[in-house]
Design a protein around this ligand. Sequence first.
Ligand code: IMP
Length: 425
Amino acid sequence: MNTVLVGAQWGDEGKGKVIDFLTEEADVVVRFQGGSNAGHTVVVGDRKYVLHLVPSGILHEGKHCVIGNGVVMDPFDLMRELEQVESWGFTLKGRFHISERAHMVMQWHRAIDKAEEAARAEGAKIGTTGRGIGPAYAAKVGRYGMRVGDILKPDFLDLVRRQVAEANRTITALGALPLDPEEMVKLYAPMVQALMPYVTDTIEFIHDKLEKGATFLFEGAQATMLDIDFGTYPFVTSSNPTAGGACTGSGVSPRAIDRVIGVLKLYTTRVGEGPFPTELLDDDGETLRKRGGEFGATTGRPRRCGWFDAVIARYAQRVNGVDFWAMTKLDVLDAFPVVKICTGYRRKDGFVYTTFPADLEVLKWCEPVYEEMPGWQCETSHITSYDALPENAKKYISRILELVGGKLGVLSVGPARETTLRISI
Ligand code: IMP
């Protein structure tokens, strides 16, 4: 069973925890897009691990972890993370692999990301994580990017000099200070030795393992509504976190994928700018933020919070072909006397959109249409089976499934590893 796991909303659905759970059955975990803009949190016992680039499979000894060709990898972030993983007592040698085809996020991409964001007018700001993701992907599709395999070449440091000189034109045009090419050379020279042992032809590695019958988990970062093609463009990230990205970002055929699992938080959050139809700016929003610990794992920014949006979840089900849902954070809703599900967006003239509009302007003139359901107002975090859930919680989940399609595969009722309930996968 080879599985693709994707986020169904605007990220932070609890993918790290679900990946950690599914990794038990996988031999190889592959990250296929994004970079250190992601933050996957896994709680084991009383320890909390946050990973940005390295697949969370690394927390399971004996599993292979791959950074696929679709990822943009910041070598400094990676080196820091690898040191951390080793300090936690996990081995990397022989089980961590980086694609030589993956692109690198360099200091100048970060500088451009920050300068571009600063230059954007109010209302046009994207609220990027500042990790250089957009400029690194722009370099990739512009065909002037730097690939991981470049560090193996004898003229790597000359390439650094040339790229800095080129990037400085953009940086200074945006009104920011240029970078010193020699400083950059000094910075990147030691990296070559540190990363070389992990760089490999991951396409060969993956296909070799596939032929031997290994089980794969393709781990998506970010989420459907942040997808460059399917998300709330331009308030999106620069990659394809949707299921198709698993193939282009790792080099496997769609035929190698057996099932798609979507991670769906039972309310909605978003970090950064952009439309969010069910956003709550009142006490209910604050309660969700506090109870859900809704602060960014990468940037620490408070997340915007709101009611469950079935329009985007149904859209995510279709775009990704979700077979099973991993529904998360049910316990966060325990406190509410009433829970709401958005089923459409009503325009001022009464027209109701039940599909997500491509033109974001439309949303400015709409308000969410809600179905209200009674809450359950009792603690669910200790519950160990679906049957033991309060009736109203079951009704809430069933109604969501009815609206969005797909089956319930996994339900998470708390942050710890033991609070992930296997339902039907
Ligand atoms: P970028 O990926 O840093 O370019 O940021 C683009 C948008 O995606 C911003 O709104 C970010 O807040 C959002 N974003 C990027 N990565 C994540 C993530 O892992 N979780 C949630 N939002 C993210």
